[in-house]
Design a protein around this ligand. Structure first.
Ligand code: HEM
Length: 486
């Protein structure tokens, strides 16, 4: 029997109000304007979207369509959730949109020089050296480091629990591990001892981004979330500035150290390098940690998957009782095919970004509708991943759905699987994230027995990063120590 994931829109009965569509003609004679919900339900949909987006998105998709217009004037938004329409959106030139729009409060956190809030030539110039530093060939050299850090985290966990099965939340443990991996990739091994310091400063920035939009508006009031976030950002700046200065004085020659690559590249000023580094840690760590939290839920709940992952890891990475195992490399990573499919399937159902914003600068046609210029577009990897026309039985967690696809099915799956976005703004860390998640999954399944404390996955939480409410509470033990019949 296969476990089924609950349909969140059905689970949250309060959102099952009727959303009737109304269609407008584009006065300029272009394509059809996207439909809107009925006025009665408009405000409720807008409020719900900002508080708890997934049930609202499900309703809008079902009752209005793959593209839906909300709000008016400067507060106009378009939700784009159909795979075809998202593909059209990504195919538009970067110049059709802007990310550095006034409603984007990210700039306060990651810095005005970050690629994530830059447009046009500034974006290209700031993205290019980072993209080079994240080339797949270079990333693959981090494989042994990722496995080593993972083994250390598991050793620590088992030392804490002794030989007794213990009930605890795995989320903070794997989140700390993923922060360590990102920090080591960016700065080398010596920054590991400052992981907690980084984690502390980033937490305050993330808390600020989770505040309701109005509370994020600029103001100079002391002792508020915004004041705390500004202080933590200044502390991060000092940490990173010291590292940049150190590399200018004494280059380490380490080709795996991303910061050193950026410093030597000479395209970016030191202030720009610092903003990219804050962006990379911020964009790379909570997203990956949330994805792994959902992976643990999905694999532990679906009968047989944990054992299959363990068998695959044994045959690819070598049995645990062999002392002198060769360090894994790209060949082993490629052979972890089930773990890779588990990553894909989890990101399909639970993409860390439920919606991602960009503002149109010109009219943009997607599918058979035209989104007017100056609209905040919220495209949704969550809706595309659950689209009933693209995926058979879309709410079912089934990593084997990606096996032996025909060319046509593969193309359909590629178009509807967009957790990392697409086009010129596609996630720069997608290869790193997929690599980390695959290796962590293999190693956790190989070394640990895990039993969730609940029989179904929790509801999602988080406006910026979609993660499971309550983390990942499980009973955990050394491999073979949990009674499978209990
Ligand atoms: C499972 C993990 C991750 C997911 C689901 C994810 C998702 C995304 C998405 C959807 C975008 C595009 C947003 C848009 O179109 O506006 C994006 C952009 C970005 N991501 Fe990721 N990301 C992940 C991990 C990472 C990692 C590990 C890093 C780096 C260490 C990273 C760095 C970035 C950066 C720098 C951008 C901005 C790219 C640009 O503006 O050109 N991400 N990510």
């Amino acid at each position: 029997m296969h476990a089924r994931l609950p349909n969140t829109s059905q689970a949250a009965g309060k959102y099952t109000y009727p959303v009737m569509a109304t269609v407008q003609r584009d006065p300029s004679g272009g394509g059809r304007r996207p439909p809107r919900p009925s006025p009665l339900n408009h405000v409720r949909a807008l409020r719900g979207l900002l508080k708890d987006p997934q049930p609202v998105l499900d309703q809008l998709r079902k009752q209005v369509g793959p593209v839906c217009l909300l709000g008016y004037g400067p507060a106009r938004m378009a939700v784009v959730g159909g795979p075809r329409e998202i593909r059209d959106l990504f195919a538009n030139p970067n110049e059709s949109f802007r990310w550095g729009h006034p409603a984007n409060t990210l700039g306060f956190v990651v810095g005005r020089g970050s690629m994530i809030v830059s447009d046009g030539e500034d974006h290209r110039r700031r993205r290019s050296p980072v993209q080079h530093a994240f080339a797949v060939r270079r990333l693959q050299q981090w494989i042994p480091m990722i496995v080593e850090r993972t083994d250390e985290a598991i050793d620590d966990l088992l030392a804490r629990t002794g030989d007794e099965p213990t009930t605890l939340d795995l989320y903070p443990i794997e989140r700390h591990l993923i922060l360590q991996i990102v920090l080591q990739a960016l700065f080398g091994e010596r920054m590991l001892r400052r992981t907690d310091e980084f984690g502390h400063h980033f937490q305050s920035l993330q808390d600020y981004l989770e505040l309701p939009a109005l509370r994020q508006l600029p103001h100079p009031i002391p002792r508020t979330h915004r004041a705390r976030a500004a202080a933590d950002r200044r502390a991060l700046d000092r940490l990173i500035d010291d590292e940049i200065a150190e590399r200018r004085r004494h280059p380490s020659g380490d080709p795996l150290d991303v910061l050193e690559v950026l410093v030597q590249d000479d395209t970016l000023t030191d202030d720009e390098i610092r903003d990219q580094v804050v962006t990379l840690v911020g964009a790379g760590y909570d997203t990956t940690a949330a994805a792994f939290a959902w992976m643990l839920w999905c694999t532990a709940l679906r009968p047989g998957v944990w054992e299959r992952l363990r068998n695959e890891a044994d045959s690819v990475l070598g049995p645990l009782d062999v002392d002198e195992r060769p360090a894994p490399g790209p060949e082993q990573l490629r052979a972890l095919t089930l773990a890779d499919r588990v990553v894909r399937e989890t990101l399909r159902l639970h993409p860390p970004g439920t919606i991602s914003p960009r503002q149109t600068l010109v009219d943009v046609t997607v599918g058979d509708v035209t989104i007017p210029k100056r609209t905040l577009v919220l495209w949704s990897a969550y809706l595309a991943g659950r689209d009933p026309e693209a995926w058979e039985d879309p709410l079912r967690f089934d990593p084997d759905r990606f096996v032996e696809l025909t060319d046509e099915q593969q193309a359909q799956a590629d178009a509807a699987w967009v957790p990392f976005g697409g086009g010129a703004r596609r996630c720069i860390g997608f290869a790193l994230a997929q690599m980390e998640l695959t290796l962590l999954m293999a190693r956790f399944a190989q070394r640990l027995d895990v039993r969730p404390t609940d029989v179904k996955p929790p509801a999602p939480v988080g406006m910026v990063v979609n993660r499971p409410t309550g983390g990942v509470p499980v009973t955990v033990a050394r491999r073979g120590a949990l009674d499978p019949s209990a």
